[in-house]
Write a protein that binds this ligand. Structure first.
Ligand SMILES: Cc1ncc(COP(=O)(O)O)c(C=O)c1O
Length: 404
C-alpha cells in the first residue's frame, strides 16, 4: 500500500475509486505482496529446504490457495472442510498435514482415504482412533506426534499454544511413553515430531528453546523421525517499524540442528504469508462527536473482522485520501454492532474525518475473513485480489436475502 499524491493505492489501483465500484466493506489483497512474502519465506530458509505447508486456517479463500499452490506450497489443515478446500485448490495430498486437538473419526478416516502426508496426533486416544480406523482399512498410516514443549512464546496469551497449561500437544514425558507404545504398531508409522508454540512470535529465542527441547527428546529416545514439523507462528509488523523476527538466527538454529539429525523440516506459516497482503476497506457512516471523543462509525464491524474484539489486537487504520488536517482529539474507530467490543482502534489524533470517507484497516489478510460471521445478521464482505492494474472479485459479498 502506497500513497501517490495523497491517494492510497494497492499496486496500481486507487482505493477510493475501487470503493465506488465495490460496495464496502470489502477485503482487498495484493498479489504482488503475496508473491513477495512467499519468495521471502523461501529465501529465509533456503539453506534448510523445508516443505512449507500454508496454514489454511489463516485464510481459506480458494483463489488464494490456488495461488499458493502454484508457488509450490503445501497446506496445513485443521478440519475436513479445510482438507477438502486444499484438495479443491489442487494441493497434492503428499503436501498436506492435518493438525488439531479434536479430529473426529470421520475426519481421520477421510484424511487416511486421501493419503495425506501426515496426521499430526495430539493425544493417546487420538492415536488409538487412528490405529483402529487404519486397521479396519488395512492401512499403515503416517502420523506425527505433537509435542507440547512447555515454552512460553512471549506472544499474546490468547494465541499461545506451547505451554503445559495450553490444550495443545503432548508433554515430553507422555511423548516418550507414546513413542515406545506405538512405534511397533502395524497400522501407525510415527514419522514426524510436530510442534507449534504460538502465533505472532517476534523473538527467535522461544523457537531456539523449542528446537533444543526437540533435540533432547531425539537424543533421549534415539528415535529416527523422517520429519520435524516446526509449525508456524512467525510474527509480522502490525505496528510499523516494530521489532521483526530474526529469520537469520532462527534459520541458523535449525541448520545446526540439522547437522545432528537427518530430517526434513516442515513449516506451517499462515500470518507471515498472508497477513500483510490484505486490508479491510471500510466507509465512514457517521462521525459522532462527544465531549471527549470523536466516534468514527464505520460500515465494517467485528463480524467482518474479529481480531481486535477477540484478542485486543492492533491494526493501523489509514485514510484512502490524506487531507493533512490533523484534529487533536481522541478518535475511536468503531463498527455498528451492538457490542462495546465492536471497536477497532483508539487514537489520540487523526486527520479530519468526514462521513463517506474511505479508510483501510491494515494487515487483515490473516485471521480476517476466516473469522467473519453473520452476527447481527450482517453479510460477510467480498474479497478482491489486486494484481498490478487489475482487480478480481475472488469471493462475492453475501446476499442479504439469502441470510436474512
Ligand atoms: C498447528 C498450527 N500450525 C500453524 C498455525 C499458523 O500460525 P501462524 O498463522 O501464526 O503462522 C497455527 C495457528 O494457530 C496452528 O495452530
Amino acid at each position: 500500500m502506497k500513497y501517490r499524491n495523497n491517494n492510497l493505492y494497492v499496486e496500481n489501483i486507487n482505493i477510493r475509486s475501487l470503493s465506488n465500484k465495490i460496495s464496502t466493506p470489502f477485503y482487498c489483497y495484493s498479489f504482488d505482496r503475496l508473491k513477495n512474502n512467499i519468495n521471502e519465506f523461501k529465501k529465509n530458509f533456503s539453506t534448510i529446504n523445508p516443505l512449507i505447508c500454508f496454514s489454511v486456517k489463516s485464510n481459506n479463500n480458494l483463489n488464494i490457495l490456488k495461488i499458493i499452490k502454484n508457488f509450490g506450497l503445501g497446506a496445513d489443515v485443521v478440519s475436513k472442510g479445510e482438507l477438502l478446500r486444499a484438495l479443491k485448490a489442487g494441493i497434492k495430498p503428499q503436501k498436506i498435514v492435518f493438525s488439531g486437538v479434536g479430529k473426529t473419526p470421520d475426519e481421520i478416516s477421510f484424511a487416511i482415504q486421501k493419503k495425506i502426508l501426515l496426521i499430526n496426533a495430539e493425544s493417546e486416544n487420538e492415536l488409538k482412533i487412528i490405529q483402529k480406523i487404519a486397521y479396519k482399512k488395512k492401512k499403515k498410516v503416517n502420523v506425527g506426534l505433537r509435542l507440547n514443549p512447555n515454552i512460553d512464546a512471549k506472544t499474546l496469551k490468547k494465541i499461545s499454544t506451547g505451554r503445559n497449561e495450553d490444550k495443545f500437544g503432548i508433554s515430553d514425558k507422555n511423548f516418550i511413553k507414546l513413542l515406545k507404545k506405538f512405534h511397533n504398531s502395524k497400522n501407525i508409522n510415527i514419522k514426524c515430531l510436530s510442534v507449534h508454540i504460538g502465533s505472532q512470535i517476534l523473538d527467535y529465542r522461544p523457537y531456539s528453546k523449542m528446537v533444543s527441547v526437540i533435540d533432547s527428546i531425539i537424543k533421549k529416545t534415539k528415535y529416527k523421525f523422517d520429519y520435524i514439523d516446526l509449525g508456524g507462528g512467525m510474527g509480522i509488523d502490525y505496528h510499523l517499524n516494530s521489532k521483526k523476527l530474526d529469520y537469520k538466527k532462527y534459520s541458523l538454529v535449525i541448520k545446526n540442528f540439522l547437522k545432528k539429525h537427518k530430517v526434513k523440516i516442515i513449516f506451517e506459516p499462515g500470518r507471515s504469508i498472508i497477513g500483510n497482503t490484505g486490508s479491510l476497506i471500510s466507509k465512514v457512516i457517521y462521525v459522532k462527536s462527544s465531549l471527549k471523543k470523536n466516534f468514527v462509525i464505520l460500515d465494517s464491524a467485528m463480524n467482518d473482522f474479529m481480531r481486535p474484539a477477540l484478542y485486543g489486537s492492533y491494526h493501523r487504520i489509514i485514510p484512502a485520501i490524506k487531507n493533512n488536517k490533523v484534529i487533536k482529539k481522541i478518535h475511536d474507530f468503531v463498527g455498528p454492532i451492538c457490542e462495546t467490543t465492536d471497536s477497532f482502534l483508539s487514537l489520540k489524533k487523526y486527520q479530519k474525518v468526514n462521513e463517506n470517507d474511505v479508510l483501510a484497516i491494515c494487515d487483515t489478510g490473516a485471521y480476517g475473513i476466516v473469522l467473519a460471521s453473520n452476527y447481527n445478521l450482517r453479510t460477510k464482505p467480498a474479497e478482491i485480489m489486486i494484481n498490478k492494474s487489475n482487480f478480481k472479485v475472488i469471493s462475492k459479498k453475501e446476499n442479504i436475502n439469502k441470510i436474512a
